[in-house]
Design a protein around this ligand. Structure first.
Ligand SMILES: [Zn+2]
Length: 274
């Protein structure tokens, strides 16, 4: 899934790799997907996109926006993967959309669970996308402790830490992936209620949110996700499917995995006491 470290990384990579490339053709899904969300009929994408030049890219929240000339954008979000193939590389057989450039290179969009591949002229009319563009990212200096406090105050007192951080897109691009290491580094259990969070713990959570996301982004995303070139990110996740059977990096104990709020949470019952 695209979360802040990956959308930022892919946005930067797409900006330098795809800018000035002209779209020659659009090939619709060779492998149709029930949960691939398009703007209208993707068969019409070729008409909209052919001949356009990619001007820039912007990764934010759980989205990557590719801006073309004539006010046209291609926006991917949530669980959509985007992979670039040079003219020397074999194109993938299965995809949910493929954009071919006039130099023979292409980008393929694939979806695992669900995702968005949106091509439109003008503003993308989507509330999550709008909020994501308008929000201050935790990567920015302007996202300070008072900013975080406002987000925390605007929730109910019995909300859990996972629900607070990773649902409703209160902090766009913080989801169930980055959540695990943010909470581990703060020593906070995913089920911990806000009402029993001390000011000290809240401060630790704020620091961990900023520093963990920065480290993940600086290292090119998490090792559980792929970048524009199909490489795993350089950030080694502490708690994820990759490390489930490893000892806890804090105490050497056993990491637990449980289903909670529509996705697995990983935690150390010793380092993250309830
Ligand atoms: Zn531990």
């Amino acid at each position: 899934m695209l979360e802040i470290p990956e959308s930022k990384t892919i946005g930067i990579q797409a900006g330098s790799t795809l800018a000035k490339k002209r779209i020659l053709d659009v090939i619709t899904a060779t492998s149709p997907h029930k949960f691939a969300f398009y703007n209208g009929d993707p068969e019409d994408y070729a008409k909209l996109l052919a001949g356009r030049e990619i001007k820039s890219a912007n990764g934010h929240g759980m989205f990557v926006d590719l801006h073309c000339d004539d006010d046209i954008s291609i926006i991917i979000g949530e669980g959509t993967n985007v992979r670039y193939y040079s003219s020397f590389e074999q194109r993938p057989e299965k995809h949910q959309l493929l954009i071919v450039f006039d130099d023979g290179s292409c980008v393929a969009f694939t979806i695992a669970m669900y995702g968005l591949i949106w091509a439109c002229r003008g503003v993308f009319d989507n509330p999550y996308h709008k909020v994501s563009l308008e929000s201050i990212s935790p990567l920015d200096n302007a996202f300070d402790e008072s900013c975080f406090d406002r987000i925390v105050e605007n929730t109910t007192k019995n909300i859990s830490m996972k629900a607070l951080l990773a649902t409703e897109q209160r902090i766009p691009g913080v989801g169930n992936g980055v959540l695990q290491d943010i909470l581990f580094n703060a020593g906070i259990h995913p089920r911990q209620k806000k009402s029993v969070l001390t000011d000290l713990r809240k401060g630790q959570l704020f620091s961990s949110l900023k520093s963990t996301l920065k480290k993940m982004t600086d290292l090119g995303g998490r090792d559980t996700e792929k970048d524009l070139f199909g490489h795993a990110g350089g950030y080694k996740t502490l708690l994820s499917k990759n490390t489930l059977n490893n000892p806890c990096p804090g105490c050497g104990g056993t990491i637990k995995k449980e289903p909670y709020l529509g996705g697995a949470v990983y935690f150390c019952p010793v380092c993250q006491k309830l």
